[in-house]
Design a protein around this ligand. Structure first.
Ligand SMILES: [Zn+2]
Length: 345
């Protein structure tokens, strides 16, 4: 157990972000008294992060960690995401996390004027790392864990693929500014902006706490998507396939307690749940539905999809399975209590 207040706060920050211990300690030491270590970002930053998670939400490769994220470093006006790289998708050697990022993040317009990727997103190397920004905005997301050379190669590869389809990425037409199509798609008041803006706090908040997912159980596969919510926002569905490594239902009790902890978590209010922890099946799931406790649009549906017994066999090769089990993060009850809210089903 960490003895000093600074160490205990660094331990909590690490639990949510998976920042390396030394960096978490530095963050706590540099933090002004009374300020949050996972700060609420400004509006431009919230929107950018919401669009980044939208792109990462359903990986087309088999990442080891949820969404392929090793750690996050959240600041009010920026977010650094360290991605896994070398060990992903080892069953298909030509694939990699950096190619996945180059596939989903750079914007491309289709023939109907719809943009895939992050509208307005442009990428530059700053101090040796790749940074995503949008012209006219101070918001940024740093893509750490990959080298500028790997990124350049992956974007070239994507460009080549697009050219074969007769398409091109938006940055080719306009390297330093929005294209007209991008601007029209994501301008203030467009259907796209109205669709994502109100609920953007939710994906941004999840992205800033991406490390917490690993406390549910050994990660097997994470996918996420959106549906319209009843309150004019987006319902985010996060399905975390895992092997639970604690007595049920502690895995989802503790996760939800931490996700909604007053100082560290998101302002969520549980509205419904289905718990199947008492059923002896190898493959089943529990669901917990939450909405904003502050009346903001949006809804979160967490799906705790568990695999045990024979349903685990054959999911992945033995060495990969061993690596996934290593990624489980155990949460002692004292840390749940330190979050400030007793655990509930
Ligand atoms: Zn349950």
């Amino acid at each position: 157990m960490k003895s000093t207040l600074v160490e205990r706060r660094a331990e909590m920050l690490r639990l949510y972000t998976r920042l390396p211990w030394k960096k978490a300690l530095q963050r706590v030491q540099a933090c002004a008294p009374g300020s949050r270590l996972i700060p609420e970002p400004n509006r431009q930053q919230v929107l950018l992060e919401a669009q980044v998670l939208r792109c990462l939400a359903w990986p087309s490769i088999s990442t080891l960690r949820p969404w392929g994220i090793r750690s996050v470093d959240p600041r009010p006006d920026s977010l650094v995401i360290e991605f896994e790289n070398e060990e992903v998708n080892r069953r298909q050697p030509e694939e990699s996390m950096v190619r996945e990022l180059a596939r989903v993040l750079p914007p491309r317009a289709d023939e109907y004027g719809e943009i895939s990727g992050v509208p307005g997103g442009r990428f530059a190397v700053e101090k040796g790392v790749v940074v995503l920004r949008r012209p006219g905005s101070t918001a940024s997301v740093t893509l750490a864990g990959i080298t500028p050379e790997e990124w350049a190669d992956a974007v070239d590869y994507r460009d080549h693929e697009e050219a074969l389809l007769g398409m091109s990425l938006c940055h080719r037409e306009s390297p330093d500014n929005w294209t007209g199509t991008e601007f029209a798609f994501a301008r203030e008041g467009s259907w796209y902006t109205r669709w994502i803006t109100g609920s953007a706090w939710l994906p941004s908040g999840l992205l800033r706490r991406a490390g917490l997912l690993r406390t549910i159980g050994a990660p097997l596969h994470t996918s996420s998507w959106t549906n319209p919510a009843d309150n004019n926002g987006q319902a985010w569905i996060v399905e975390y396939q895992h092997e639970p490594l604690v007595d049920l239902p502690q895995h989802h009790q503790r996760f939800m307690a931490l996700l909604t902890a007053p100082e560290w978590g998101l302002p969520l209010r549980q509205t419904d749940h289905w718990c199947s922890c008492d059923r002896p099946h190898d493959m089943t799931e529990c669901r917990i539905i939450s909405c904003s406790a502050l009346g903001q649009p949006g809804e979160l549906q967490m799906r705790f999809t568990r695999r045990t017994g024979k349903r685990l066999l054959g999911l992945c090769p033995p060495d990969e399975y061993a690596a996934r089990r290593q990624l489980y993060v155990e949460v002692p009850e004292r840390m749940v209590q330190a979050g400030g809210r007793p655990s509930r089903p």
